[in-house]
Design a protein around this ligand. Structure first.
Ligand SMILES: NC(=O)c1ccc[n+]([C@@H]2O[C@H](COP(=O)([O-])OP(=O)(O)OC[C@H]3O[C@@H](n4cnc5c(N)ncnc54)[C@H](O)[C@@H]3O)[C@@H](O)[C@H]2O)c1
Length: 248
């Protein structure tokens, strides 16, 4: 029996490629799922498919995050695992194509959305006596992304958040990790999918990313950032230690 049997899982960005794959994967293991998204039609369809519930939430709002967490606990009588997954590409750079409103919007979703979700998750999981969180970062949180530096910036921030929060929460029975997929099947890569394939990239099935999320929910890790790449099982990225001080 899966550790997820009977557990309650909340998924943001649940209407999209990676969120819906995760919803199917945890539901197949017996979890009860709260699907959340700004896309009410898409989110409700995923919720119906997995026998779960749908709740609209714009993750860039702290108030809406708080309401989403409270409503999930009220609906299911508890909450065990949270997948902070909603995210968007920026589509802008710095210089001529910079736009401050777009910048605020993408940081609001990709960074504030995870920070606010983490804040509410920790509050609720403390009340519930433990649980786990997975945030979707990206390989863009582990390496340079010249075509979308702002996406790299907010995904690096998610990596730093998971590494910093994870170890300290373990004593309270709470685990916090990030998943870092390469190019995976979903709406976000639709505009560049053909170009990626023509350049020789293998697109990762969304189900493989979902398998990594499930493994993190079911496992013992905390503060880890698991990469998902073709030809590898999802696993912890090994960071190099920073250099220590040297005598002059
Ligand atoms: N697909 C990839 O190649 C890839 C790789 C690495 C990381 N990611 C990350 O995976 C996550 C999921 O994206 P995806 O690939 O499934 O793309 P997607 O576009 O299919 O799904 C993203 C979902 O987020 C929702 N969303 C957008 N703004 C929102 C908001 N303000 N509040 C709540 N929901 C909102 C969208 O409606 C959509 O359903 C994102 O964080 C993305 O950055 C994707």
């Amino acid at each position: 029996m899966s550790e997820l049997e009977g557990k309650v899982v909340l998924i943001t960005g649940g209407a999209g490629g990676l969120g819906s794959a995760a919803a199917r994967a945890v539901a197949a293991r017996g979890a009860r799922v709260m699907v959340s998204d700004v896309d009410a039609e898409g989110g409700a369809a995923v919720a119906e498919e997995v026998g779960g519930e749908f709740l609209r939430c714009d993750v860039s709002s702290l108030e809406e995050n708080r309401a989403m967490f409270d409503a999930t606990v009220e609906t299911f009588g508890g909450l065990d695992h949270i997948y902070l997954n909603a995210g968007v590409a920026s589509g802008i750079g710095l210089g001529d194509d910079f736009d401050v409103d777009t910048y605020r919007r993408v940081m609001g979703i990709n960074l504030d959305g995870v920070v606010f979700g983490a804040h509410e998750a920790i509050r609720v999981l403390r009340e519930q006596g433990g649980g786990s969180v997975v945030a979707t970062a990206s390989l863009a949180g582990l390496t340079a992304v010249p075509y979308d530096p702002l996406y790299a910036a907010n995904k690096h921030a998610v990596v730093g958040l998971a590494r910093s929060l994870g170890p300290g929460l373990v004593n309270e029975g709470i685990r916090f990790n990030a998943i870092c997929p390469g190019f995976a099947e979903s709406g976000i890569i639709a505009p560049i999918r053909d170009a990626l394939i023509n350049s020789g990239f293998t697109i990762i099935p969304a189900e493989k990313v979902a398998a990594g999320v499930v493994a993190l929910f079911e496992g013992e890790a905390s503060g880890e950032c698991w990469f998902v790449q073709p030809g590898w099982d999802p696993q912890s990225f090994q960071f190099r230690n920073i250099p220590g001080p040297r005598a002059d």
